[in-house]
Design a protein around this ligand. Sequence first.
Ligand code: SF4
Length: 477
Amino acid sequence: MGLKTKQQYLDSLRAMKPTVYMFGERVDNVVDNPRLRAGIEATGATYELAELEEYRSLIVTQSTLINEPINRYTQPPKSIEDLVARVKINRVMGNRVGTCFQRCTGLDCLSALSIVTYDIDKKYGTEYNARFIEFLKHVQKNDLTCNAGVTDVKGDRSLGPAEQEDKDMYLHVVERRKDGIVVRGAKAHQTGSLSSHETIVLPTRALRKGDEDYALSFAIPMDTPGLIHVVGRSSLDTRELDGCDRGNARYSKYCPTIIFDDVFVPWNRVFMCGEVEFAVDMVNRFSAFHRQSHGGCKAGKIDCMVGAALVMMDYNGTDKASHLKNKIIDMIHRAETLYGCSLAASYEGKQQSSGNYFIDPVLANASKLHEGKEMSEAGRLLADIAGGFVADLPSDRDLSNPEIGALLKKYLKGRTDIPVENRIKMFRFVEKLVMESADTISDIHGGGSPEAHRITIFRESNVKAKKEAAKRLAGIE
Ligand code: SF4
């Protein structure tokens, strides 16, 4: 097949039967649950755009593996062009849905595995890369969405995985069988797990001798027995369920915690098992790819924020205010800086032993570090430009109340030639862009915490060369 339509994507999710809990209750119909559907719609846009002539050349590429056209979200980078396309499509998608569309985490796992499984095999003569290639063919042929099962719950942060009192704080093997392994643990912040067909598990941190049971990578379908998705709360999460005050009428983000309650994984889906020294490489490659991905999607989100700010200025009658225009410029330069950094990380990418490409990790991490601070600054500027109703606009239900609706509409009007409903909708959209926690907190912690970005920048930068240059210029032997 190679490419699914959006309808085929929805049908394929409908055919799955994952175990899901939300607000203390079991959810049997994931696709038609309004809260989850808003997230599924965001991922669905990656299928929808691939069908449109306008975006096809950007999103669709040819697979050398299955010799068919495929969606780029299933293509680990095989060239600089592929690395650049990752950032460009993310900007288009971020701008299209105004929130997280959830599909890049899986691509970032595929990209890391395409490099590291080859390196493990080279050292140990294992067959992880061949298994991974078979899995990748399956993903490409069926145009699957994968998510990243990376972040363990970690327990006591001062202790390593094997030192924890409760050994399940990091996902680990509890049984090795002839036909596969049984694993137990939990992965947190599982962006879009129910919009995905498969979860790809990677280790969450560097590991050492004694941690062999935790040095794990594998992929399994989202409805594998023993997998339990518990959907996390987010600051505006009941808006979709209530059917009002949504802000972004179609798209949203949700992040479950996934519990692996003694889950069986067949050997043909295991891509690492026990090779502790490769855990750090696996997580570093994934993180660097994901930090680069953010440079595209978040630039696209700032594009939405700039658009919302300009429209609010029109609606409020402040479009000529030069101090607000300066704030718009401050927002645009933030988007372009993090986008530029991620593009630069792509152009400076290098081919690896497996033949696949890896981005420049210093530039990718610089982009992500910049995002952590500057997305919230862009949000602050947007709230400043839009006005105080971002905080406390009356509900849609009050606006349609026969007793007070007309009065509210009279007093919520901005410019008289602009329908008050449009101003209200735009305030709601701004609220969503600025205050929806599932998406805004990912600006800080997505792909690892800011300190992890800083450590990587220092570790990967050639500081020795910088010192030598300083000494040479100062005339020091
Ligand atoms: Fe993709 Fe992460 Fe951006 Fe979501 S936040 S769109 S998963 S890069």
